[in-house]
Design a protein around this ligand. Sequence first.
Ligand SMILES: C[S@@+](CC[C@H](N)C(=O)[O-])C[C@H]1O[C@@H](n2cnc3c(N)ncnc32)[C@H](O)[C@@H]1O
Length: 246
Amino acid sequence: MEQTFADKKRKTVEQAEFTADGRYMRKVRSFVLRTGRLSDFQRDMMNHHWADLGLDYQATPFDFNQIFGNANPVVLEIGFGMGKSLVEMAEQNPDRNYIGIEVHTPGVGACIAYAVEKGVKNLRVICHDATEILRDSIADQSLGGLQLYFPDPWQKAKHHKRRIVQPAFIERVLQKLRSDGFIHMATDWENYAEHMLAVLRSFPELKNQSPSGDFIPRPDFRPLTKFEERGQKLGHGVWDLYFIKG
Ligand SMILES: C[S@@+](CC[C@H](N)C(=O)[O-])C[C@H]1O[C@@H](n2cnc3c(N)ncnc32)[C@H](O)[C@@H]1O
């Protein structure tokens, strides 16, 4: 079968990097590229709507005003899964712009399909490793907020280094956030919630919005996500963290 744009996209979710002597550098990734099948519908949606709704990795920062045609605050969501809750948030907050990043192509196709169905104009999606997008394609002090909902918990201790929330990651996020920008995370894995809290607390410029100094009650403005729903069925709790850059 002929390889379309959408088929090729899954092979380009990261930049190859090399050591000084020219060897391919293995990276610690926060994701596994699952081979989940891109349905014909998702493929068509990606192929037909990428020009309007997709953004590609670039080595220089995006111009948000040009992309969205306005100067509204830009909220970045990393790992949107199938994208349903992200599209709902974009629909509910027309005075904000949203950029969602996901490496899983069926999720990217599903998100684009839902965005088209809902007619949202304030959303763009990226199919690439979010750590590279943050590093290269986002200007410093340009983001109004960062959303990270139910990131892969990497449960085994030997895999904890693959968790996306690490001090270096938060340092990078802080570099990209405007002052007053927010970081909102949620997880259904208590041990990861404690880890997130410890990492966020270690940055004095981040102000915890929790009245009890740890987690906030689940906010109504965060739509239920697919992973959250799955966790609920398994009887998992949910921990939300909300910090503002001072
Ligand atoms: C456990 S799922 C949660 C999905 C969604 N937020 C939800 O709650 O239903 C985590 C998602 O993050 C994505 N992901 C992990 N690391 C990523 C990265 N570095 N860049 C982009 N996406 C990433 C994975 O592909 C996966 O779909």
